[in-house]
Design a protein around this ligand. Structure first.
Ligand SMILES: C[S@@+](CC[C@H](N)C(=O)[O-])C[C@H]1O[C@@H](n2cnc3c(N)ncnc32)[C@H](O)[C@@H]1O
Length: 216
């Protein structure tokens, strides 16, 4: 309980210092974390899988992933913020379900668009605040998601509800151009590859979780 509060405070501090990359005032709720990991949780095979979490922050989604890992799974985390990386390392040292997953988990501190992996992933789970980024960066990150995803693998990412539809109407000039371009990029991928969208009302703010399948 105390450490959850400490993580909330740390997250809010990073929101104030690095709004563009943190992108939220509070860590994801357990309801959002559950939706983000629903495909990973319901995998039906006994074969070990590779999981990538992008933008874990203080670790609310990570906390669910580590509980779902099986012995030979591989878990990579990519986070650019040094303070969040410090918190994640501390959790892998101190919290029982994290300690159990430590040997199969690796934290990489860098922007995901620069991340290279020796093999693609069965599950890519991303908490990046895409609506805050320049349109070209969103295009590059979306390409990165699919570069890192196995054909047939599942990409799950969240976005806060109605942010782009509302901003497309209420903004003008360069901001409208930016948000319209991001919308076109993400909508294009959803049109081609979306499996499902979940509505998560119990989160601050409410969020959509998009699940997409990597093309075979
Ligand atoms: C909205 S927060 C989500 C944090 C956490 N997943 C959650 O659900 O509470 C976005 C996270 O993405 C990280 N981030 C932003 N841009 C990134 C990038 N290009 N590569 C890796 N991590 C990034 C931020 O530092 C932050 O931890």
């Amino acid at each position: 309980m105390f450490s959850a509060l400490k993580n909330q405070i740390a997250f809010f501090g990073q929101f104030r210092q690095r709004f563009e990359t943190t992108g939220a005032i509070a860590p994801s709720s357990r309801f959002l974390a559950r939706a983000m990991t629903s495909y990973f949780a319901s995998r039906d095979s006994a074969v070990p899988v590779r999981v990538l979490e992008i933008g874990p922050g203080t670790g609310p989604v990570t906390d669910r992933i580590v509980r779902l890992l099986r012995p030979h799974d591989v878990f990579d985390l990519v986070e650019l913020n040094a303070e969040f990386v410090r918190i994640l390392h501390a959790r892998f040292q101190s919290e029982p379900s994290w300690v159990s997953a430590k040997a199969q988990s690796t934290i990489h501190q860098l922007p995901v668009q620069e991340f290279a992996s020796e093999a693609p992933y069965d599950f890519v789970i991303s908490g990046l605040p895409l609506n805050n980024f320049p349109a070209e960066l969103v295009t590059s990150i979306a390409e990165t998601y699919f570069r890192l995803l196995k054909p047939g693998g599942v990409l799950s990412y969240f976005e806060y509800m109605y942010v782009r539809p509302i901003r497309k109407v209420v903004t003008r000039g360069t901001e409208r151009i930016r948000i319209t371009a991001i919308d076109a990029t993400l909508q294009g991928h959803c049109n081609r590859c979306r499996i499902r969208r979940d509505n998560i009302w119990l989160n601050t703010p409410p969020a959509w979780v998009q699940h997409l399948r990597g093309l075979e």
